[in-house]
Each structure stands twice: as C-alpha cells, then as structure tokens.
Design a protein around this ligand. Structure first.
Ligand code: FES
Length: 521
C-alpha cells in the first residue's frame, strides 16, 4: 500500500499485530459445561484474569464471541505505561490523594508484573523498555503539565520536565515518565493462552454469550444455545453485553481512534509520545522483520458520529508528512475503546449486590496496564474478598451516578439528531457505487445499502439490535456503526463490536430493493 492508495482508501484496514501472528483456531463450545469460573471475553483482560486465577486451582472456561485476542487487543498501540494522558492531577482533585495513589500504584505495579511474566515464561514478544512523553503545544496545557509532573512525583512516579522533543514540533512544555515499555501484545498473550490452555483452562472461540441468568449458580447461554454454569462470572467483553441491571449503557461511551504504520526515511529516535491537545496525536516505533515502522495515531471521535470517517486517516497522513519523510504505509487500522464518565475504568463487582458477577471494562485507551490491574483486582476479590486497589476502580463509586444522568440526556439527544438526519442526512441521490455504503428510506423504513467491488449489493435494516438507535455508515472501515453505545456491524450485518448480541436483519430480497432504488431515485 502506498500513500496514494491510502488516500483513496481502496484497501481494507489491516492491523500489524494480526498480520504478524498466526490466526487462532480454538473450537466453539459444543456442549453444556459446569466450571468454577466463566470468563466472557478473551481479550487481554480475560486472558490475564484466567492466567492469574488458574494458579488458584479453579476450573475455568473462557468464551469469546469471535477469535481470542481479535478485538481491541489486536488493534491497540501496545504501550505499557502508567502515563494515561494528563490524569493524575485531575484524579487527585476529583477523588483525593489516596485514590489517585491507588491508581498510580496499581499501574506502576502492572508495568513490572507484565515484564515479570514475560521473563518467567521467556516470551518472545518484542518487549522494549521506553520512556513515555506528553508534550503541550499551547500555554494552557503547559500549565497542566507543570501540575501533572508535581502530582505524579508526589504519587511516587518517576516524572520529569522536558523542554523539547526530537521532532519538528514546537512545544511549550513536556514531561517524561521513565521505566515504561512497549511490546507486541498478541505475541505475549497468544503464548499465555497456550500456557493456560495446556494447564486445563478451557478456551472457546465463536461462542458469543447472549444471556446470563443469576441464581444459586450463574448460567451463561451462547448464541448456539449451549450453557455454561459457573460459581463466578467475569465479564471482560469490552462493552458489557449484559446490561439490564447495572445500566452500564448509561455510563460508558465508545470512541474510535485511527492508526497508521508508516515506513519513514528517518530513523525513529525512541520513546512513546502523545500530545496534550485535541486532535490527539501519538507516536511510537515498532521493529518488524521488514524494518522499522512508526505508529502514527490519533483522530479519536465518538463511535458512529461524524460524516467522513476516511478523512481521519488523511489527517494522520498529513501529520506524518509534516514530521517524517514517509516512504510507505504498509498498515492502517482503527480501534474502539470504552470510555467512562470520570476517566477511570470500572473493575470489580458488577453491582454492589452481585458478589458472583465481576466486570472489567472502560479502560479508556490504556488497556495494557489496566488489563493487568483488572486481573489483579478480580483475582483478589474472588480469592480474598478484597483488593488494595478496589476503591478507585469500584464500578459503583458514588460520583458516577450523577454523571450518568447527564450522560443519558446527552446521548439520547445525539441519537435523536442522528435519527432525524441532522448529523447524517439521508442522501438525495441513492445510486450506490462499488465500495460505497448509503442509507435510504423506503416506506418509512431506513435501509442500509452497500455495494462491494464486484457489484453485489448488501442490504440491512439500520436499526441497531442493541437498543434501537439508528446506525451510520463508516466509510473508512466499511461498517455500520451505532452512535449510542458503539455496536458495530459488517456491511452484511454481522456483529463486529458489542454490546449488540444479534446481527442486523438483512433485507434479503436484493432484486426488489435494487428495483426500488432504480424506480425511486
Ligand atoms: Fe446500544 Fe446501538 S449499541 S443502541
């Protein structure tokens, strides 16, 4: 792929992490089973929970809706860092010193623990110690950096000021955290999955959990109708699919972020960089068998909102062009993150009165250390009944409730706008060209149409199967995206990201709709 190909976005996205590792082939659940612990979701958090808990001699099953480690874990930037943007000073002001210290300690510990696991099992996963940097290009953020360095240092993090960065970007202030790292997340986690699989943990792919019944024991039902009965359940499915109690849909929103892997003429100077402004920009390098690549990352926005998704990649190319002599762009992909209302993940008991159902979600964009933190907290809650870091991550913390009410109002408003077409108006000319997706209205129904490069038309009902919001077409990823809670569907209606557990209804009579398009437009 070269820059011109990418500008026209003729090729589908491909994650480097997926392209550089073998696909997995675990079987799906084909019978009813009973275990001590069932884990829903085999991303980094799910696999690390299984890794820590299997040492406690508990029988365990891990279910994934698709392929293990195939979601956010395979689309991350893979920075192992406790530097989660400008978080610590805000956290101290919002929640107090003690909870800010819990967050700092939990994440600093996670950095060391990941390295210990890599060393213990001799895992070849391109691990590389790095420093992490934040830079500010405006005065307002320069002041925030000053506060952040001070607070991070008080919390025990090795933080210091910098006044320049090794790129042609003029900065007003900057900061550095030492003793951070980067790695290849799939190489690390595929090996861990293999280790725990060999030691008796049952791992199932293509086994989407669609129902959960709480009782004396907890019963999970998969979309194939198979049942897992468990004493404890850990929901680590990114956006929680189990929504009725807990109202997680009222306190999580999702954001998409775009990533380019570029080959540049210049050698990358090392370090993991992120700016303090919007639009966000971050940089890190990765060494591949074909030479060094640089990840250029940013352009985050709420899922399902915005008009021209492809433009986000173009903006990143322009940014990369200003810093490097870009010679090739072999990979591009995007990722989806669950965001919480106060910037801290929800890790712990699903609700205060559900001691047997636990959850790990809302890692913001910092899933590497927060997944390790989640595994520690959940292991400790299950085995000891408490964790030293449980308070700051408590999903039922008080400050969330008021914020959730405001969030519902804002989200409903956004959804209304989308449905009425104010943000994404229905097109006037509904001719659908190859590679294009559009929404049109027929007899009061919204129908989504996508035509592939071979001319085949795919039609879906664009009402989200989660809670009925209307989907928008994502031109960059060729998917149907929900603005409400971030479910995403392929152009033919299959689920890419939850919380939806049912695919879109396809409009099967393509010939009839093809005729409608011709007749009406
Ligand atoms: Fe909730 Fe679409 S994801 S309505």
């Amino acid at each position: 792929m070269n820059k011109e190909d990418l500008k026209s976005l003729n090729q589908l996205p491909q994650s480097y992490w997926l392209a550089s590792t073998d696909p997995t082939d675990y079987s799906s659940l084909s019978e009813d089973i009973s275990v001590d612990i069932a884990i829903i979701g085999a991303g980094m958090a799910g696999i690390l929970c299984a890794y820590l808990l299997h040492k406690e001699n508990l029988s365990m099953a891990v279910l994934d809706a698709g392929k293990i480690l195939g979601g956010t874990t395979s689309h991350t930037t893979a920075k192992i860092t406790s530097q989660h943007g400008l978080i610590y000073d805000k956290l101290k002001k919002q929640m107090g010193f003690d909870l800010a210290k819990q967050y700092a300690d939990a994440n600093e510990n996670a950095i060391k623990q990941i390295k210990d696991i890599i060393d213990q099992h001799h895992i070849d996963c391109d691990y590389s110690p790095q420093s992490a940097y934040i830079y500010a290009e405006d005065e307002n953020n320069a002041e925030k950096i000053e506060d952040e360095v001070k607070t991070a240092s008080e919390l025990g993090i090795k933080a210091s000021f910098i006044d320049e960065i090794p790129f042609p970007i003029s900065i007003k202030a900057g900061m550095k955290f030492d003793n951070q790292a980067q790695f290849h997340p799939r190489k690390f986690l595929l090996r861990l999955a293999e280790i725990i699989g060999n030691e008796g943990v049952r791992i199932y792919e293509n086994s989407r959990a669609v129902d959960l019944e709480d009782g004396e024991k907890i019963t999970i039902t998969t979309e194939q109708g198979k049942k897992v009965t468990a004493n404890k359940v850990i929901i680590a499915s990114h956006y929680p699919f189990y929504n009725k109690p807990g109202m997680y849909f009222s306190r999580i929103y999702t954001e998409r972020t775009y990533i380019l892997a570029i080959a540049a003429k210049e050698k990358y100077p090392g370090g993991m960089y992120i700016n303090a402004e919007n639009p966000s920009r971050s940089l890190r390098e990765l060494d591949t068998k074909d030479g060094q690549l640089i990840l250029v990352v940013g352009e985050n926005h709420k899922t399902g909102q915005g008009r021209d998704m492809a433009n986000h990649y173009r903006n990143l190319i322009d940014f990369a062009d200003r810093i490097f002599t870009v010679e090739d762009i072999p990979y591009r992909w995007s990722t989806q993150d669950c965001m919480t209302l106060d910037g801290i993940p929800y890790i712990g008991y699903y609700k205060q009165d559900t001691p047997d159902i636990l959850i790990a979600t809302g890692f913001q964009k910092w899933g590497m250390t927060n997944s390790m933190v989640a595994a520690n907290i959940i292991r400790d809650l299950i085995t000891d009944g408490s964790s030293q870091w449980q308070d700051v991550y408590n999903p039922s913390r008080k400050n969330i409730i008021g914020a959730a009410k405001t969030f519902i109002v804002e989200n409903v408003d956004v959804a209304k706008h989308l449905i009425s077409g104010k943000i994404s108006p229905l097109p006037e000319n509904v001719e659908v060209s190859p590679g294009e997706g559009k929404v049109f209205e027929h007899d009061g129904e919204r129908i989504g149409a996508y035509r592939d490069e071979q001319g085949k038309l795919f039609l879906v009902n664009t009402t989200c199967t989660h809670m009925g919001c209307e989907l928008n077409w994502n031109s960059a990823e060729r998917s149907w995206d929900c603005p409400c809670h971030g479910s995403r569907f392929t152009f033919s209606g299959n689920i890419i990201d939850g919380p939806a557990v049912s695919p879109l209804t396809a409009e099967n009579d393509v010939n009839t709709v093809e005729k409608i398009i011709k007749d009406e437009f």
